[in-house]
Design a protein around this ligand. Structure first.
Ligand code: ADP
Length: 276
């Protein structure tokens, strides 16, 4: 495990507003349907999706490519409003992006002219300046985020000097520095080689276990979903409808060849129309 052991409370209590530790967000998606205008017609993408994420839950959204998973994540992130239905965080309608809800993409998109630390510093420095927070506090949060993802030694490295996994750790640190109540990840390990991918899955679970944020994790990889999540929500092809939900009580750390996971995998694949 690359991530250094730190007490998340040291960071969270300082980072959240009012000094109180932040807990994971509760997300309520109610009867959401959504579509896109395409050549004068509407392309239906989400069909009456209702889903609640409990505070601190790790929910994987699993479904075929192009079914509408990223679109759902964008609505939860507040990047656009749903065509029909509602999306709420802790009882408040999500109307715009907010630093408490962090979205991490497949491509880490780091600024090549900024060091690792400077990339992580971008958000908090802007917010700190806006809210009149002390520079010392902001610097401490940046250091803590880098430590949490095991990148302290690479703080002054440039993006072109990083491996794919390290770059994605920077993207995670950039999110964690906001002390998120929700971490929404859109196929974050999709471009990594399989060994790095497995390592990153373990690291993300460890981060989630130490902090208390809720997780929405989009993937089309059944094993990835089952190895990480406490609940797997399975979507149909586009327009995405929820076809089933699988609770996964297996203890961590999980191994993909655990007998319980192998059985769950068969069931989920069958729901996706693949018999093994
Ligand atoms: P997934 O994440 O499950 O792979 P997406 O949510 O990215 O699927 O996309 C679902 C469908 O919506 C795809 O057919 C995609 O082409 C379409 N789509 C996504 N965003 C837009 C957009 N801004 N305008 C038009 N069509 C879009």
């Amino acid at each position: 495990m690359v991530i250094a052991a730190v007490n998340p409370n040291d960071v969270l209590e300082d980072a959240s507003e009012g000094g109180a530790p932040r807990t994971g967000a509760r997300i309520d998606i109610r009867h959401v349907s959504h579509g896109f205008a395409l050549r004068g017609e509407t392309l239906p993408v989400l069909d009456d999706v209702t889903l609640t994420v409990q505070p601190g839950e790790f929910v994987a959204l699993l479904g075929p490519s192009g079914c509408g998973k990223s679109t759902l994540l964008r609505l939860v992130a507040g990047l656009e409003p749903p065509g029909k239905g509602s999306v709420e965080a802790d009882g408040h309608v999500i109307g715009a992006p907010d630093p408490s809800r962090v979205l991490v993409f497949q491509d880490p998109t780091l600024f090549p002219w900024r060091t690792v630390r400077e990339n992580v510093a971008l958000g908090p420095q802007a917010q700190g300046a806006r809210r009149g927070k002390g520079a010392v506090e902001v610097e401490a949060r940046i250091d803590a985020a880098l430590e949490r993802v095991g990148l302290t030694e690479f703080a002054h490295a440039w993006p072109h000097q990083l491996s794919g996994g390290m770059a994605q750790r920077v993207a995670l640190a950039r999110g964690l520095v906001n002390d998120p109540a929700l971490l929404a990840l859109d196929e974050p390990f999709g471009k990594l080689d399989s060994l790095t991918r497995m390592r990153m899955q373990g690291e993300l679970v460890a981060l989630w276990q130490r902090a208390r944020f809720s997780v929405l994790f989009v993937t089309h990889d059944v094993e990835e979903a089952l190895v990480m999540a406490t609940r797997v929500v399975v979507f149909s092809g586009r327009p995405a409808r929820i076809i089933s939900e699988v609770r996964n009580e297996a203890p961590y750390p999980r191994h993909r060849d655990d007998i319980a996971l192998v059985e769950l995998r068969k069931g989920v694949l069958a729901q996706l129309g693949i018999e093994v």
